[in-house]
Design a protein around this ligand. Sequence first.
Ligand SMILES: C[S@@+](CC[C@H](N)C(=O)[O-])C[C@H]1O[C@@H](n2cnc3c(N)ncnc32)[C@H](O)[C@@H]1O
Length: 420
Amino acid sequence: MTTQFSVADIELTLHRYPNNQESNLQAWDAADEHLIKHVTEIAQPAVNTAIINDNFGALTASLTSMEQQWPMLVETDAKTSQLGILQNLAQNQLSSENIQWFNSRDIMPTSIELVLMKLPKNLTYFAHQLNRLSQVLPAGTQVFIGAKAKSINQSLLTLLAKNLGPASASLTWKKTRVITCVSDGNIRALPKSVNWSIPELTLEINNISNVFAASKLDIGARIMLDNMPKGDFTSIIDLGCGNGILGLHAKQVFPKAYIHFVDDSEMAVESARQNWQLNQLDTDGLVGEQATFDWDDCLTHLSEAIRPDLILCNPPFHQGEAITDHIAWQMFLQSWRALKNGGILHVVGNRHLAYHVKLQRIFKNCTTVASNGKFVILQAQKISKKAEVHEAELIEPSDIAENAQPSEPHPQSGLYGGKS
Ligand SMILES: C[S@@+](CC[C@H](N)C(=O)[O-])C[C@H]1O[C@@H](n2cnc3c(N)ncnc32)[C@H](O)[C@@H]1O
């Protein structure tokens, strides 16, 4: 894997975030290179620029290295992107003082003169981002969008015209193109969130545009809802909460519990917050806030005051477009650290992902609670032991990845032995 980004006269060292993840993936792609090549070829002056969907800082660090004072507004929905951009600026001795940070719901200022953007995978979210831009960009403002050539077609150009202004694509370079869209100055209304319900649980769900399970319940989440753990839990984390479905139902099952929702996506955290209010889940007689909502990379910044006795987790198996198991790894490790002694991590996963290998390694125990043809629910308990002894026994994710034998049954977990 290369970490040396080299375009025009710009030389940077860039890592994905977190930078200890076991992956052969780069921190940027050819569409980032194409955007920066384009900016240098047109000798773009350092005007007030919005940078949108910069995964790990290739765009932000390139502009900063071209002109230290280049004024930038950086918009991202992902906490890991924000942390990755900061990490790569620091790694390249570049300042972040010229940056104003925005999430994808903040109202942007009207002072933006140029936009550099990566095409996200989720086109509903993309349309939402264009609508936001339409509210602040004066007519004639250029928006450069880097994308794989195969993702660009007439319907994408039509989507751009509908939501922001006329667009045309460059010639192909390294299988990518740069689309130039010119704002037509017409303000579009922001899209409404999508609503759906789970009648048997009397839950109403709102999903903002970049939230997992956009219009219906995920099948992994469904099997979790049908198999909630038994116990008298009082502090529960919904880790990677999405719209909050697992934590919302946990509150129905354990009314005395305080629920902590965490997600990398700011829109997910906001959806969970809205859904908590929508479903009026506060229980009479409990002191203080019964739910907290954190935009974070797993449990990296979890308050020391929160010591959960249950963590519910439907982990992601990709980061952006990259398939990876490092987030599941991080979620399991940080869960072990956060849980009270005796506390439980309750996980759902696609059978072939073999999460039992990781859980067994970290927790030294793992039980299959339920399974069907495709998914398994696994439970691991934090067993009282000196933390430092346990930490010393934890081995690197790479070792575990090599040792994982997803196709073989795991003797202690009883995996693959459940009903299917
Ligand atoms: C498979 S979805 C599960 C969503 C929801 N819990 C459900 O069951 O429908 C995984 C969630 O993990 C979130 N996620 C991805 N990377 C994360 C990270 N580093 N830290 C926290 N959450 C993350 C995603 O944004 C997504 O909402």
